[in-house]
Design a binder for this molecule. Structure first.
Ligand code: SF4
Length: 430
């Protein structure tokens, strides 16, 4: 993917899905905006919106603010970060506005940065929001998200600004600033980016190198090495488990009853009466697996009856190419050789059609069949369609569930707590 294509992909996504993106700071005129932006440095918009209503009420103009003392302003903003400096900056900024700019907020970056408390980022925000100028303000979110996506390769905010300005069409620069901020604030979080629900994975450099590549297929020789390593690790883990089990048993018999453990990790959370409960299949281990027949991504008809004598991993997933479904499929792909050794046949099922499955399977080199259950016959027979919750929304959909069917066509395990990233291992450890 070229850099141009990456920019196009990301911008087109936001254009279509987030046509309106604005600052989350509350303000009703340019003066209030510049005050709010100065206050927002190293602080959250939420906190700023808590202190500004009273401040704006008592000091609604540059004249009013210029006549206040910084000590007085400090009392209004004491809960934001760096209140001392910010109080001084606000009063001085108001004074300079009156003295050098006739009380009008300047529109040019080089003039804006002369105001106390106004750095390049604040100046860019003001220029783009008030004067609709194509200025890219780079804050911590913009810097992080654009680097992760691969839109920039920057070590400083200025480099980031210059690179973004080079590729983002002028008419989208101001909005792109908010797109990137909001994405960083709610999805691409600093410590734990929510890649599993992010809609930008297709273009994201970080996702490809740090998330998907972990699951990339190994070369033939590496496969052998991995297999050998795995066998050793499995033996070691089994040995460790045995030791732990022994020790635990010893402790239980030899030690007097322990004091009640009150650490958080051991306290069972009370179940709230109104807690949301997602649908779960009614099938259980011991039930006869419902028969099915469906075409896979290559048009091949797959029937459960033809798989007698095999262990079948029948895994239901919501949608091809979505982040979590990709992680799940890649995990099964990476463990496929070990699963095959245990006489397992892997079959994925979703409501996507053969064409979609083909694309998905080819892109991630999936060595197993994906059944196109477009009329949801299999999904319904296995009772995996129902109410679920995702990102706070409640709706009907395919519930991620895996059924292990034994050689006789009987369900031996139903896995509802699918660990997508390591689903292959999860099954191998059954
Ligand atoms: S895929 Fe992950 S790293 Fe990339 S933009 Fe989305 S949340 Fe951030």
């Amino acid at each position: 993917m070229t850099l141009k294509e990456r920019y196009e992909g990301v911008i087109n996504y936001f254009k279509t899905n987030v046509p309106v993106a604005e600052t989350e700071l509350n303000y009703s005129n340019p003066f209030e905006l510049i005050v709010a932006v100065i206050l927002s440095a190293q602080c959250t918009d939420k906190r700023i919106n808590q202190v500004t209503p009273k401040l704006f009420k008592d000091y609604p103009t540059a004249e009013a603010l210029a006549s206040a003392s910084s000590d007085t302003i400090f009392n209004y903003i004491r809960s934001v970060s760096y209140p001392n400096n910010k109080a001084k900056h606000l009063v001085e900024m108001a004074k300079m506005l009156l003295r050098d700019f006739n009380g009008v907020i300047p529109s040019e970056i080089d003039q804006l940065v002369k105001l106390p408390g106004v750095g390049r980022k604040t100046a860019n925000v003001v220029a783009s929001v008030i004067y609709d100028k194509p200025a890219m303000a780079v804050d911590t979110h913009v810097f992080r998200v654009s680097n992760r996506l691969g839109l920039t390769k920057a070590k400083t905010p200025l480099q980031s600004e210059q690179q973004l300005m080079k590729y983002i069409p002028k008419e989208y620069v101001a909005t792109a600033h908010h797109w990137l901020i909001l994405h960083g604030r709610y999805t691409c979080l600093a410590r734990t980016p929510k890649c599993d629900v992010c809609p930008l994975t297709e273009w994201c450099q970080y996702f490809k190198t740090k998330v998907i590549n972990k699951n990339a297929p190994h070369s033939l020789s590496t496969k052998k090495e991995t297999m050998a390593k795995k066998e050793t690790t499995t033996k070691k883990t089994a040995a460790k488990k045995a030791v732990v089990k022994k020790t635990a048993t010893k402790k239980t018999t030899a030690v007097a009853p322990a004091k009640k453990n009150t650490t958080k990790a051991h306290v069972k959370e009370p179940v709230k009466a109104d807690k949301f409960v997602a649908h779960s299949t009614s099938l259980k281990a011991g039930d006869k697996a419902p028969a099915f027949k469906a075409k896979d991504q290559n048009g091949k008809l797959i029937s459960l009856n033809d798989l007698k004598g095999k262990n079948v991993i029948l895994y239901f997933y919501p949608k091809d190419n979505t982040p979590t479904c990709t992680l799940e499929a890649c995990s099964l792909r990476d463990e496929h050789q070990y699963l095959s050794k245990k006489n397992y046949v892997v079959l994925g099922v979703s409501a996507d059609d053969e064409k979609m499955h083909k694309k998905f399977a080819t892109k991630f080199e999936l060595p197993f069949s994906l059944l196109a259950d477009t009329d949801m016959t299999i999904i319904k027979a296995y009772d995996v369609w129902g109410i679920k919750q995702f990102m706070g929304k409640i709706y009907d959909g395919i519930i991620r569930t895996t059924f292990i069917i034994n050689e006789k066509g009987v369900i031996s395990h139903v896995i509802t707590d699918v660990k997508s990233k390591e689903h292959g291992k999860q099954i191998l450890e059954l």
